[in-house]
Design a protein around this ligand. Structure first.
Ligand code: PAF
Length: 282
């Protein structure tokens, strides 16, 4: 049976009880509107830990003034049922005032990495993400915290934050879960019109084309960018915001694939912005 708590003190109390009993703790931070991607993180956390906590909090500080905070899909009853089915023991669903009381003034920022890729169009987005994740990690003090690799830049930034701040937590990246036609699962997919939804798998086809080129030896980053850009361009409703090949170390563009790199893109379909990526090794 999944319990639902709304206060920081209730989470701390439950985690302290589990710790006193020698249990391990896993945390799955989410903004709700749960889909298979989130549920895969929860199931993985269930396998790895004794106590599984999920947070459901539409974090206002990671939305820009012109972004979709108000219309972001919310259905707590449905989310609680899904989280319970995936093995979550406790859902932390705070009100905004619990996380950001009046006068709140402290921010956690990973310099540089948060300004690139999605950070160019969403200037304070990653500062909001790292701040809320740092708070959630401190509230819950988990052994492991789980994030989807679909948000590749977010994963790289959170991993760096944990490393730089010496946080005693393992940041676990879990594979992107896709629809049968390849579209990465995202809470924002519900915004797509029927025509946009039909064309959106072009993003995954583009990444697969890059993967195939790498498999036969291509390492040149501009060539890979061109391959991805051209494939996305085959979808008439797609408008690419960026296509980049970057090193995961600093998220700066590379000339060739060497070490761990990320091929990442953001694409608009009408009013909906979709992101996707692949991690590649050279
Ligand atoms: O990936 C998300 O859903 C959010 O960015 C996160 C990590 C829960 C922080 O609000």
């Amino acid at each position: 049976m999944t319990s639902r708590v709304t206060t920081i003190s209730a989470v701390r109390e439950a985690v302290a009880g589990a710790r006193a009993a020698g249990k391990t703790v896993g945390l799955v931070p989410t903004m709700g509107a749960l889909h298979e991607g989130h549920l895969s993180l929860m199931r993985r956390a269930r396998t790895d830990n004794d106590l599984v906590v999920a947070s459901i909090f539409v974090n206002p500080t990671q939305f820009g003034p012109a972004e979709d905070l108000q219309r972001y899909p919310r259905d707590l009853g449905r989310d609680l049922a899904l989280a319970g089915g995936a093995g979550v023991d406790m859902v932390f669903a705070p009100e905004p005032g619990e996380m950001y009381p009046p006068g709140y003034a402290t921010w956690v920022e990973v310099e540089g990495l948060g300004e690139r890729l999605c950070g160019t169009a969403r200037p304070r987005h990653f500062r909001g993400v790292t701040t809320v994740v740092a708070k959630l990690l401190d509230i819950c003090r988990p052994d492991r915290a789980y994030f989807g690799l679909k948000d590749g830049q977010q994963f790289v930034i959170i991993r760096r934050m944990a490393q730089d701040l010496n946080l005693p937590v393992e940041i676990v990246g879990c594979p992107t879960i896709r629809e049968p036609d390849g579209l990465a699962m995202s809470s924002r997919n519900v915004y797509l019109t029927i025509d946009e939804r039909a064309q959106a798998p072009a993003i995954h086809r583009a990444l697969r084309a890059a993967e195939s080129a790498i498999a036969i030896g291509e390492r040149d980053a501009p060539t890979l960018r061109r391959i991805v850009g051209e494939k996305v361009g085959e979808a008439s409703l797609a408008r690419a915001e960026y296509v980049e090949v970057v090193a995961t170390e600093d998220l700066l563009p590379v000339a060739r694939i060497q070490g761990e790199c990320l091929i990442a893109l953001a694409v608009w379909f009408g009013k909906t912005r979709l992101i996707d990526n692949i991690f590649v090794e050279g």
